[in-house]
Design a protein around this ligand. Structure first.
Ligand code: FMN
Length: 375
């Protein structure tokens, strides 16, 4: 009998880097930065997730301009201060773990100027220091939301440069992975979807134009020996909106632009969209993209149980799984999954005594090993 390494714990080549396993901490906004700058919350939050054992830790959606932030508390990479504050946090994470760290960059477009979730997640009211928003067309996200200014071509060019400038800051900080946020109804997604882009110029007749200009601009500045990807939308969940076939077409274009991976999410484009949420509900979208491209593909959304995650990878539906809420709930998710299958992970030495084999007698039983006859 030989122990077989579960698919989840097999290494993955991603662009120029190798992830030690397929488990990713999904990007998660913390809504508590100071004018885009990370602070002690991020120091602790990312620090403890850095030694979670996940092969890749993704840093939250970080905005390429100040006005592109979703909320007053969102992180940015639009100033030297932002860069220095983030460099401090990432240097700290590096001291704690060798696993890869990535960053997601984006612009909120018409969904900027929002309240943080614990204040309602709605648009900022007049007494909450709102700011003007922008979008492909002057169409709001929902009833009562700020009507965005329709970006001119000159303003679009400035934003393409802002994405590239933030990518350069991320490169200086030393991230292993850069991810373009082109899902969840934020600016790049707003340009991609026919429900939010009603332009009659080239950026409307070719709705991928803006996103691909950004993709090429970041590809030009992002090192080939690291990894470059995008979060894309598999479904707008509104009639007439984007669906899985559009995700495939966009992923193919990103592949041609030299991207290494996509993470397939969905929703967020219109406030009234109703998502059909259930366990692994976005995995079929990821699978569609995986079947049609050579990109590495990450699945996300209601992936909670180790067996569920293992099946997604083992059945070839995706190459990586990302989890958000499961990691907030249980930052030891990876350790426990590894224990269960008898996979040996490096724990920080300070916590080594929590490993079950260092703690005989106090656990009811050793984890069930995934075993199979040697083939
Ligand atoms: C607190 C929180 C913050 C989030 N922030 C981001 C973000 O910055 N960028 C992003 O693409 N998705 C963000 N998401 C979505 C998650 O990355 C993930 O796609 C979603 O929660 C579904 O995965 P889950 O079921 O594992 O939570 C966030 C989710 C949560 C719970």
């Amino acid at each position: 009998m030989r122990r077989v390494t579960p698919a989840l714990f097999r290494p993955l080549e991603l662009g120029g880097i190798t992830l030690p396993n397929r488990i990713v901490v999904s990007p998660m906004c913390q809504y508590c930065a100071d004018d885009g700058c990370m602070n002690d919350w991020h120091f602790v939050h990312l620090g403890h997730l850095a030694y979670s054992g996940a092969g890749l830790l993704m840093v939250e959606a970080t905005h390429v301009t100040r006005d592109g932030r979703i909320t007053h508390g969102c992180t940015g990479l639009y100033s030297e201060h932002n860069e220095a504050a983030m460099a401090r946090v990432i240097a700290h994470c590096r001291r704690l773990s060798k696993n890869a760290i990535g960053i997601q960059i984006g612009h909120a477009g018409r969904k900027a100027s929002s309240q943080v979730p614990w204040e309602g997640r709605d648009f900022l009211r007049a007494d909450q220091s709102p700011w003007p928003t922008v979008g492909p067309s002057a169409l709001p996200f929902g009833e009562g939301w700020h009507v965005p200014h329709e970006l001119t071509v000159a303003e679009i060019r400035v934003l393409v440069e802002a994405f590239a400038a933030s990518a350069v800051r991320a490169k200086h900080i030393g991230f292993d992975v850069l991810e373009l946020h082109s899902a969840h109804g934020y600016l790049l997604h707003q340009f991609l979807s026919p429900l939010s882009n009603r332009r009659s110029d080239d950026y409307g007749t070719d709705r991928m134009k803006f996103a691909l200009e950004v993709a090429h601009a970041v590809r030009d500045v992002w090192p080939k020996e690291r990894a470059l990807g995008a979060r894309i939308s598999g479904n707008d969940w509104v009639e007439g909106g984007l669906g899985p076939a559009d995700a495939v077409a966009y992923a193919k274009a990103l592949e041609r632009a030299g991207f290494d991976y996509v993470c397939v999410s969905s929703g967020g484009l219109l406030s009234h969209a109703r998502l059909n949420i259930g366990p692994g509900y976005q995995v079929p979208f990821a699978h569609e993209v995986k079947k049609s491209t050579s990109l590495r593909v990450r699945a996300v959304g209601m992936i909670v149980e180790p067996d569920q995650a293992e099946a997604i990878i083992a059945e070839g539906k995706a190459d990586m799984v990302a989890m958000a809420r499961a990691f907030l709930d249980n930052p030891r998710w990876v350790w426990h999954a590894a224990e269960r299958w008898g996979v040996r992970l490096d724990y920080p030495p300070q916590y080594a005594r929590s490993r079950p084999d260092q703690w005989p007698g106090s656990r009811l039983a050793r984890p069930q090993a995934l075993t199979k006859e040697t083939q």
